[in-house]
Design a protein around this ligand. Structure first.
Ligand code: NAD
Length: 487
């Protein structure tokens, strides 16, 4: 059994308690993990605060921070395969996806490495004589970061990269479901040479570790990715110290296909959009909204593609869909499919757990036309697509916006003016036109409403990890007159 440690104040430690991690492809225990509780969280936050104000990090220039980030990026690239195998083993995300994604994670660190010495303050043309006024950008402070199990190296990179570029220190909480890749990543942070306490990486359970971290009085900002229900706890805890929050939450993203679209191409994007990562993707295009005249044709293409998907061991390069990350998740998906079928949704394909070991679930398509199916409103976070059809563009837009979420969306059409109308009309943080699931360190990402607030990626994300200080300097050598002497 592999044994992992966490990383606090530059040291690798066993933790207050231990828990076991399960391989979702087999259902067997495969690794032994450290579990942080309140005193470990306290230790990690104190280390981060000490590093911020008293350690060498406080004197590190922005250019040096950039160099450390470049080194970290190179180490991530060099160790991508090892990290990918650990993530695949611990979460069941297929190796084909983890290896490509982690190689790209290195580019996120490179982007923020380059940005570190471009975070500038400003000089203000103040309306008073003999006075210089500047805005100084400082690191916001100690940041708490919490991530869910899927894509932990990616979801932490979009927080750690900009926070380090801005000069912050941090405590990162890996998910209790599959923490191995992030705990291993701590070794690369160490090797890159970041001073002790700048990046601390722990894991533990939400109500004990996560909650203790979120309400710690020295935490000034919380960067959270996870579900809306957990986000409510996070926001309540943040209220204790009035810490700011950025929230990247779930989605029920619409995928709109018009009759004039290239149906084969749209079908490839739809199948990847819902079944990649076994559907455990915040941007999963989980609501197909298809023009009625092509509904049958489109459904028959995606049904054929869904049924041809190779399901298997996530460690095999040929596998296209692996297991769900946990038994809890597999049960949730199965229960929601059953509830949807009872409400009148028709199974086009799939709908069942796979027999045998591991937490597998068939790629599933539910035809929900004419029914009020819970599958249209609730996030599965699994390989289930719900389908409805429309006659007019206005109807398509209404269906797309008929959700409390607002993370991502896709529009497939050859009609340019229609694409522009929908880009403006869709209420979601990302609109992909004739493509789906594209991301980049250069492009901001984030949601509306129940999908969260704040943006990750791009320059603005680094600025969000800074606070401004206004500095006034009087440039006159004349004495300041006594204000109580009448002139
Ligand atoms: P989750 O909300 O259960 O857990 C996320 C993290 O929060 C975990 O590390 C967990 O331990 C921690 N946590 C739990 N309770 C806490 C508390 N009281 N205080 C602080 N932290 C606490 O999420 P999950 O079920 O692991 O992941 C699935 C969810 O994440 C889905 O809703 C999915 O859409 C969302 N997600 C969003 C994005 C995005 O970028 N928008 C990306 C991936 C996943």
């Amino acid at each position: 059994m592999q044994r992992f440690q966490y990383y606090i104040d530059g040291e690798f430690l066993d933790g207050e308690a231990r828990f076991q991690s399960i391989d979702p492809a087999t259902g067997d225990v495969w690794a032994d993990m450290p579990e942080a509780r309140e005193s470990d969280v306290d230790r990690a936050v104190n280390a981060a605060e000490k590093a911020l104000y008293d350690g060498p990090w406080a004197k590190t220039t922005a250019t040096q921070r950039g160099k450390l980030l470049y080194k970290l990026a190179d180490l991530v690239a060099a160790n991508a395969q090892k990290l990918a195998e650990l993530e695949t083993r611990d979460t069941g995300k297929i190796i084909r996806e983890t290896s490509a994604q982690i190689a790209y994670v290195a580019d996120y660190y490179r982007y923020y490495a380059g940005l570190a010495d471009k975070i500038e303050g400003s000089y203000l043309p103040i309306d008073k004589p003999d006075m210089d006024v500047w805005l100084r950008r400082e690191p916001i402070g100690v940041v708490a970061m919490m991530v869910p199990w899927n894509s932990q190296l990616f979801l932490s990179a979009v927080k750690i990269g900009p926070a380090l570029a801005a000069g912050c220190t941090m405590v990162v909480k890996a998910s209790e479901d599959g923490p191995a890749p992030l705990l291993e990543f701590a070794r690369l942070v160490h090797e890159a040479g970041f001073p002790a306490g700048v990046v601390n990486i722990i894991t533990g359970f939400g109500p004990s570790c996560g909650a203790a971290l979120g309400r710690h009085p020295k935490v000034v900002h919380i960067a959270f990715t996870g579900g809306p229900e957990t986000a409510r706890h996070v926001v309540r805890n943040s209220a204790e110290n009035l810490a700011s929050t950025s929230l990247e939450l779930g989605g029920k993203s619409p995928f709109i296909v018009f009759a004039d679209a290239d149906l084969e191409s749209a079908a490839n994007a739809q199948v990847a959009g819902i079944f990649a990562a076994t559907g455990q993707s915040c941007v999963a295009g989980s609501r197909l909204i298809v023009e009625r005249s092509v509904k049958d044709a489109f459904l028959s293409i995606i049904k054929r593609k869904a049924e041809a998907i190779r399901i298997g061991s996530p460690l095999e390069m040929a596998t296209e869909v692996g297991p769900l990350a946990t038994k809890r998740q597999q049960d949730h998906v199965a229960a929601l499919v059953d509830k949807s079928v009872q409400s009148g949704a028709r199974l086009v394909t799939g709908g069942q757990k796979l027999d045998g070991d591991g937490y597998y679930f068939q790629p599933t398509i539910l035809d929900c036309d004419g029914v009020t199916s819970p599958s249209l409103a609730e996030e599965f976070f699994g390989p289930v697509l719900s389908v409805v059809s429309f006659e007019t563009e206005a109807e398509a837009l209404k269906l797309a916006n008929d959700t409390r979420y607002g993370l991502a969306s896709g529009v497939f059409t050859q009609n340019l003016t229609r694409a522009h109308r929908l880009m403006k009309g869709i209420r979601a943080g990302v609109v992909w036109v004739n493509t789906y699931r594209a991301v980049s360190p250069i492009a901001p990402f984030g949601g509306f409403r129940l999908s969260g607030q704040g943006r990750e990626g791009g320059l603005a994300a680094a600025l969000d990890y800074t606070r401004t200080k206004t500095i006034w300097l009087r440039t006159s050598d004349d004495p300041i007159p006594d204000p109580f002497v009448m002139r």
